[in-house]
Unconditional design. Structure first.
Length: 295
């Protein structure tokens, strides 16, 4: 009987877990539908700013820029510590979403260490901080908490931090690590070079033609600085939204798989429970019949 009680409790526990995973799947699906359109819509804006930065870097008159602005287009940036901006989530239960990004960031760090290049880390998301501070606590110069709806605020803070670091020549080149949203079941680990700006890569379908590069005349104080500000802010914001959409897609898939696994376990233990109950009933009937025959 104790075995039956254990099986009943196990089935009850799994059913409770199944209700939770099913609810989390529904919540993630709703969040994903809301955020994925924002992520896709920001792509055109981000790409347009990248093209403007590309044009400025190839305009041939960078020396006309203020010294602080020239630092964002300077090849000498490679001589300074490399900045890695790593975007992860605040919560788990989203499959390999975080582990893939952390693994990619660690691989990049190891390649820098082999080459003897110095680097610094800016981390967005608790999971990334918890994983990377174990080995690289002294390299982390900033951590940012992301909650639902504060992407704009976080992207501005990160943008301000990066601009200050570059202008103070504390860092040079900057890469951003994030999960790019493809669909609910597929997220692609992406590493994009954000600085120096002239090395900005675009998709092959939108690769700039050198004959189309615009020649700029800088009119108005602070114009290029405003473009730099918008560009870095746009890149961070785009990566944050892509990462958030990817997180909800990964969580939705993980919870769907968990719900299906729970259903299989419920069927398995229910069958085992029924067989155990049947065996007990059979044993009791056998004992009753044997007793009746003895009388």
């Amino acid at each position: 009987m104790s075995n039956l009680k254990q099986l009943r409790n196990r089935v009850k526990t799994i059913k409770s877990t199944q209700k939770i995973t099913k609810a989390m799947h529904v919540v993630s699906a709703a969040k994903l539908n809301k955020i994925k359109d924002q992520a896709f819509n920001l792509n055109n804006f981000s790409q347009a700013l990248a093209e403007v930065m590309y044009d400025i870097s190839n305009s041939g008159n960078l020396m006309d820029l203020p010294s602080d602005d020239r630092k964002f287009f300077n090849d000498d940036m490679e001589k300074l510590p490399h900045l890695l901006v790593v975007i992860t989530s605040e919560r788990g239960l989203c499959g390999s979403f975080n582990s893939n990004i952390i693994k990619r960031a660690k691989a990049e760090i190891k390649s820098f260490q082999k080459l003897g290049k110095s680097f610094k880390l800016l981390i967005i998301g608790k999971k990334g901080r918890d994983a990377l501070r174990i080995d690289y606590a002294d390299k982390i110069i900033g951590y940012y908490h992301v909650s639902h709806g504060n992407y704009e605020c976080v992207s501005r803070e990160v943008k301000d931090k990066i601009i200050a670091l570059v202008q103070q020549e504390e860092v040079g080149a900057c890469d951003i690590f994030y999960n790019k949203f493809i669909n609910a079941m597929t997220q692609l680990v992406s590493v994009e070079q954000m600085l120096p700006a002239q090395n900005q890569e675009t998709d092959s379908s939108s690769q700039l033609d050198s004959n189309k590069v615009t020649h700029y005349e800088y009119e108005g104080e602070g114009l290029v600085h405003d473009v730099i500000d918008l560009y870095i802010h746009g890149e961070i914001n785009y990566a944050l939204l892509q990462s958030r959409a990817s997180e909800e897609g990964a969580r939705m898939t993980a919870m769907d798989n968990s719900t299906k696994n729970a259903k299989e376990l419920i069927n398995k233990f229910t069958l085992k429970l029924n067989r155990s109950r049947q065996a007990i009933i059979t044993t009791e009937l056998t004992e009753i019949i044997s007793g009746a025959e003895a009388i």
